[in-house]
Write a protein that binds this ligand. Structure first.
Ligand SMILES: *Cc1c(COP(=O)(O)O)cnc(C)c1O
Length: 358
């Protein structure tokens, strides 16, 4: 196999690209983060005795102003625990059709939790409306699954969700005795972008899941937050699903380091993503809607250069220089803490070369 071949969808690369825009999950723990991890106090977390995990849980509960938090291995498990802790078998979750919970978690809530999912079509900027939700809540009738939970997401494809709409949904949920869960994998991007306190963004939500392993740069881990009784149920479910870890404070320490050091700098990613978009617009035939670049993501159509075949796509061209972009159309470019301004300039030069080469 060619050392720099580009994989087809679902396969992995056979090289480690120096500059990787596929996701902010590709960030690697920095030397300082690794040093901090190596000093972490640890204990058996299934007994609740890992000081680093306990500290992280307290830190996130405070940050989001919730009663309690739970450290979990992944965002997918965090969402699954939330759905299973809120819903019984046969109860229904109302969720946006583009949201991770509905489309990217292998149907786990249905497979493992026997939870029914009703999807609503999300707007171009990723939100669902209170009006849509109101129409979707099932009446109390033996024909229907019982609507129990509404699942929101923020940010969605880099878009900060409109707070007024989220709050209107939360008010509606309260009136109709439903709960609201927020998949806040990238909630901190929304908080930094809008200069809001994360607690304010979460005020009306029953539970929130936060990823430490995306833009915040930890190697693994998410934190689920909510009321004490909700977290107690989620904790039991975490054990049931095999997510009870032991001396995992070594990983939680990375999360503490990330929250202490990598939050404010998210605005650098947002600025760099915007810069990337403005510079792409100077390369014919590319065109990026600048208004759509709100946080750390941009979506770009990269047509084949004139006279090139599918085998000569931009993605394949770039990988030979150690630059990796996804092969989806449109292409999602994610800027994160392992991408510098000079990486972006190098990438822009390579893209320019692709479109100018005769
Ligand atoms: C990445 C992501 C998750 C899941 O996190 P994993 O740690 O990859 O399981 C959930 N929701 C959203 C919006 C995400 O981007």
């Amino acid at each position: 196999m060619n050392k720099s071949s580009y994989p087809v969808a679902g396969q992995s690369l056979d090289i480690t690209p120096a500059i990787d825009y596929r996701s902010d999950t590709v960030t690697k723990p920095s030397t300082a983060m690794r040093q901090f991890m190596s000093q972490a106090a640890v204990g058996d977390d299934v007994y609740g005795e890992d000081p680093s995990i306990n500290a992280l849980q307290l830190q996130v509960a405070k940050l989001l102003d919730k009663e309690a938090s739970l450290f979990v291995p992944s965002g997918t498990m965090s969402n699954l625990l939330a759905l299973m802790a809120h819903c019984q078998r046969g109860e229904e979750v109302i969720v946006g059709d583009h949201y991770h919970i509905f489309s990217h978690e292998a149907g786990g809530a249905s497979v493992l939790g026997s939870i029914v999912m009703q999807s609503l079509s999300t707007s171009a900027k990723g939100y669902i409306t209170a009006e849509q939700v109101a129409a979707a809540i099932r009446p109390d009738d033996a024909h229907f699954a019982k609507s129990k939970l509404i699942c929101l997401e923020n940010t969605v494809s880099g878009f900060v969700q409109p707070q007024a709409e989220l709050e209107a949904i939360a008010v509606l949920a309260k009136e109709r005795h439903l709960k609201v869960h927020m998949d806040g994998a990238r909630l901190m991007h929304a908080a930094i972008k809008t200069n809001s306190s994360p607690a304010d963004l979460c005020k009306h939500l029953d539970s929130v899941s936060l990823c430490l392993s995306k833009g915040l740069g930890a190697p693994a881990g998410s934190v689920l937050s909510g009321s004490k009784s909700f977290i107690a149920r989620a904790s039991r479910l975490r054990k049931m699903l095999g997510g009870g870890m032991r001396q995992a404070g070594i990983i939680a320490a990375a999360g503490i380091y990330a929250l202490d050091n990598n939050l404010q700098r998210l605005q650098d990613d947002h600025q760099l993503a915007y810069y990337f978009a403005t510079q792409l617009n100077k390369i014919a035939p590319l065109s990026v809607d600048l208004a759509s670049v709100e946080t750390n993501m941009l979506f770009v159509d990269f047509p084949l250069a004139p006279g090139k075949t599918d085998q000569q796509s931009l993605a394949k061209f770039l990988i030979s220089s150690g630059i990796c972009i996804g092969d989806t159309v449109p292409c999602r470019i994610v800027v994160h803490l392992d991408i510098s301004r000079s990486d972006v300039d190098k990438t822009l030069a390579a893209i320019s070369e692709y479109y100018s080469a005769g």
